[in-house]
Design a protein around this ligand. Structure first.
Ligand SMILES: [Zn+2]
Length: 406
């Protein structure tokens, strides 16, 4: 046990000694304007490649319709016990209102400011710092670790996480997503279902409405009823513990461009549903279809279509990954507490493939996508140390492990 704790101390010292390189890496990454579809995404991956330790078992760049993604393999290459450190290097665009250049890392009062610092280039830099620390300590070959960096998380993951998993390029036992959680261990996220409700009536001159079928009253009634619909699932790991339904779009289709004296032929309603574990697109669509059928009159017809969805997931508090993550966070002196993400992220796709997944990273999630986005230097340093000690805690916390936890 004592040797474990001595090794862990040495590992932490090495990560701390190397911290200037971590700051420099983050600075280089922020300097690249890696918004969706840009060539800067590829340059970010090249910057990471240069900073990675040399003992890699394989470096591969995968391109899906022009979007580059990186898979770098380290350690003893056991798939059964592989930990995947997963992140993205794309960022959302920077609008007006910044007080510094969003694509040049600024340092002010303990904070690092720049687009993507929080979401999630600090997380990426902390992953690299952990790998470097493990290498400097001679511990990297004790574990099996993949670094997976994608290039389109902000724009739907269709050319990143989803094909990487479907092609079996990425597989493993555990995955950690370095998204901003203020180093809380987020054990799940909600999923979503997007639906369209198309109501067809009979449009024409509003003066002749007695002979037409105006879809507006039904559309309004459906919108009101949807906001009161209880989908019947409660999960206390989430706050609020229920799914949410929001009508986000309503568009009338008229042949005449929507004059005020024209009754439309049809109305299309866009609905965003945030789902919990145990719910899926089919169940949600059926519930909404039966609500709609109860509201709609005989003179109208209606069609409910699920457009796109992503699954929800939640990991057990007692899972080895949750426990090892909490131990790692506490070891570096932070409060180890769990939580969940109300939005959806790439962890959903990994969890759906049976890979135990958590979110754990530097930065306050409220800063993501914001003007003057920032992360504290302390969060960056603490995340690097947390990721460095995590593989050791995972190995000792593993079910069936013969190694005692220290
Ligand atoms: Zn992100």
């Amino acid at each position: 046990m004592r040797s474990h704790s001595r090794e862990r101390k040495r590992l932490i010292e090495n990560v701390q000694k190397d911290f200037d390189n971590t700051l420099e890496l983050l600075s280089k990454l922020v300097s690249e304007k890696s918004v969706g579809g840009s060539a800067a995404i590829g340059r970010c991956l090249e910057i990471v490649l240069e900073a990675l330790p040399p003992t890699t078992r394989g470096l591969k760049l995968f391109e899906f319709e022009g979007v580059p993604n990186l898979v770098a393999r380290f350690g003893n290459d056991s798939e059964e016990n592989r930990l995947i450190l997963c992140g993205h290097v794309d960022v959302v665009p920077a609008s007006d209102g910044w007080t510094t250049n969003p694509f040049a890392l600024a340092r002010k009062r303990g904070r690092l400011i720049g687009r993507g610092t929080c979401d999630m280039k600090a997380g990426v830099a902390a992953f690299v710092a952990a790998l470097r620390g493990l290498h400097l300590t001679g511990k990297l070959d004790d574990y099996s670790i993949d670094l997976v960096l994608t290039g389109d998380e902000e724009t739907g993951s269709q050319h990143g996480a989803i094909p990487l998993l479907d092609d079996l390029t990425v597989s493993g036992r555990w995955a950690v997503f370095g998204e901003p959680t203020r180093l809380k261990v987020w054990v799940g996220n909600r999923g979503y279902v997007w639906l369209n409700i198309d109501i067809k009536g009979r449009g024409g001159h509003s003066a002749l409405s007695h002979a037409l079928a105006n879809p507006w009253p039904a559309a309004a009634a459906i919108a009101t009823a949807l906001h009161g619909l209880d989908l019947g699932v409660v999960d206390r790991r989430f706050s609020p513990p229920t799914s949410t339904i929001n009508v986000t779009q309503m568009a009338a289709n008229t042949g005449s461009g929507g004059a005020i004296n024209v009754i439309p032929d049809s109305i299309s309603i866009g609905v965003d549903v945030r789902i919990l574990p145990g719910q899926n697109a089919d169940v949600v669509r059926k519930s909404i279809s039966s609500l709609v059928a109860g509201v709609i009159g005989n003179e109208l017809s209606v069609k409910v279509t699920a457009l796109r969805s992503a699954p929800a997931f939640a990991l057990d508090e007692n899972h080895e990954l949750t426990q090892a993550a909490l131990k790692s966070v506490r070891y570096i002196g932070r409060t180890g507490i769990t939580g969940t993400d109300l939005a959806t992220n790439d962890a959903s796709w990994f969890a759906a493939k049976g890979i135990a997944s958590i979110l754990l990273g530097p930065g306050n999630p409220i800063e993501a996508h914001a003007i003057n986005e920032s992360v504290t230097i302390r969060d960056l340093a603490d995340a690097a140390m947390t990721f460095a000690v995590l593989p050791g805690y995972l190995t000792s916390t593993m079910v069936g492990s013969t190694r005692a936890a220290t």
